[in-house]
Design a binder for this molecule. Structure first.
Ligand SMILES: Cc1cc2nc3c(=O)[nH]c(=O)nc-3n(C[C@H](O)[C@H](O)[C@H](O)COP(=O)(O)OP(=O)(O)OC[C@H]3O[C@@H](n4cnc5c(N)ncnc54)[C@H](O)[C@@H]3O)c2cc1C
Length: 287
C-alpha cells in the first residue's frame, strides 16, 4: 500500500508554496474530505500527500461588509446554515446549505470543497449562481477572482489551476434583499443529491414589475447553469403566470441532462421546467 502523508500548513503562503512545487496527482487538497474520502477509499485517486487546510488562518472567516458577504473556503456547510450573519443577509444560502445531504456531511463539508468538487447535481452551485457569487483563487503566482459560472466548466471540472486554492466565495450586496427561492427535487430520499435543483432571485419594484432576475438550474446539464433567456422572459413586466411559464419553457430548452439513476434525461428536462414554473410562481405571489 502506498504511504499517505497528511500535511497541515499553518499559513496560506505555506499551503500555496506546497501546492506550487507539487505534482497534482501526488498532492491533493483536503477540505472536509466528504467527496475525496470515498474516492480515496475506492482507489480512484491515489495521492501521496493530502494537504489539509484546517490550520490556515483566515479560511474559516465569514464577514459581512458594505460590498457583500465573504465566506472563507473552509467554512463548513453546517456553520453556513446556522450563521446569523448569513441567515440575515442571504437566507436562501443558509437554507440551502442546511439541506445538503445529512448532518454528518454538513458538519464536515466545506464551501470551498463543495464548489471545487463541481458535481453538477450539487445544491449550492445553482443557489450561488442565482446570487451572482464569485470565487477567489490564489496561488504563488497571484490572486484572481472569477464569476462562479466561469469557474464551473464541466462535470467534476473547474477553471482552477493545479497550483491554485479556492480561498473565498463572495456574494455582492446587490444580491441582498431580492426575492429568492430554491427547490431541490428528490424523488428518492431527501438526503440524496437532487434530481434537479432550481434557484431564482428576483428584484421586483413597488409596482410589481420585475427589474432583475436570475434563474439557475442544477442536475440538468454538465454544470449548474444560469439561463439568461429565462431571466429575459421575466424582466420588464409583472410576474404573470404567462411570464413564469415562458421562463420555464426557456429553462426546458436550455438544459442538457443525461440518463442516470436519478432519472432519464427526458424526465429531468421536464422536471426542470415544472420546478422552475413553481418556484417563479411562488416568488410572484410573495408580498
Ligand atoms: C453521503 C453524502 C451525501 C451527499 N449529499 C449531497 C447532497 O444532497 N447535495 C449536495 O450538494 N452534495 C451532497 N454531497 C456532496 C457534498 O456536498 C460534497 O462531498 C462536499 O460539499 C465536498 O466538500 P468537502 O469540503 O468535503 O470537499 P473535499 O472532499 O475535501 O474535496 C472535494 C474536492 O475539492 C478539492 N478541494 C477542497 N477544498 C479545496 C479548496 N479550498 N481549494 C481547491 N480545491 C479544494 C479537493 O481536492 C477535492 O478534489 C453528499 C456527500 C455525501 C458523502
Amino acid at each position: 500500500m502506498r504511504p499517505l502523508e497528511y500535511v497541515t500548513p499553518h499559513s496560506l503562503a505555506e499551503a500555496l508554496e506546497r501546492l506550487a512545487g507539487s505534482d497534482p496527482s501526488e498532492t491533493v487538497v483536503w477540505g472536509g474530505g466528504t467527496a475525496l474520502g470515498p474516492l480515496l477509499r475506492r482507489g480512484l485517486v491515489r495521492p501521496r500527500v493530502l494537504l489539509g487546510l484546517e490550520r490556515v488562518a483566515g479560511l474559516q472567516d465569514l464577514s459581512l461588509a458594505e460590498d457583500g458577504l465573504r465566506v472563507g473556503a473552509l467554512v463548513r456547510l453546517a456553520d453556513l446554515s446556522r450563521s446569523p450573519v448569513v441567515r440575515g443577509s442571504l437566507p436562501l444560502l443558509a437554507e440551502a446549505a442546511g439541506r445538503v445531504g445529512n448532518v454528518r456531511v454538513r458538519n464536515a463539508a466545506t464551501l470551498g470543497g463543495h464548489l471545487a468538487h463541481a458535481d453538477p447535481a450539487q445544491d449550492l452551485p445553482p443557489v450561488l449562481l442565482a446570487l451572482d457569487a464569485q470565487v477567489r483563487l490564489e496561488s504563488v503566482r497571484g490572486t484572481r477572482t472569477l464569476p462562479l459560472e466561469r469557474f464551473l466548466v464541466g462535470p467534476l471540472q473547474t477553471a482552477r489551476a493545479d497550483d491554485e486554492l479556492l480561498t473565498e466565495v463572495w456574494v455582492p450586496a446587490a444580491a441582498f434583499g431580492r426575492r429568492t427561492a430554491y427547490v431541490r427535487f428528490t424523488p428518492r430520499s431527501s438526503q440524496d443529491y437532487p434530481t434537479v435543483g432550481v434557484a431564482a432571485s428576483l428584484r421586483v419594484d413597488a409596482d410589481g414589475v420585475c427589474r432583475e432576475a436570475r434563474v439557475a438550474v442544477g442536475g440538468a446539464a454538465p454544470t449548474a447553469l444560469r439561463v439568461p433567456a429565462a431571466e429575459a422572459a421575466l424582466v420588464g413586466g409583472r410576474l404573470t403566470r404567462e411570464r413564469c411559464r415562458d421562463a420555464a419553457a426557456q429553462v426546458e430548452s436550455a438544459v442538457d441532462p443525461w440518463d442516470d439513476t436519478r432519472g432519464s434525461a427526458r424526465y429531468k428536462r421536464a422536471m426542470a421546467r415544472v420546478w422552475t414554473e413553481r418556484v417563479l410562481e411562488d416568488l410572484a405571489s410573495e408580498a
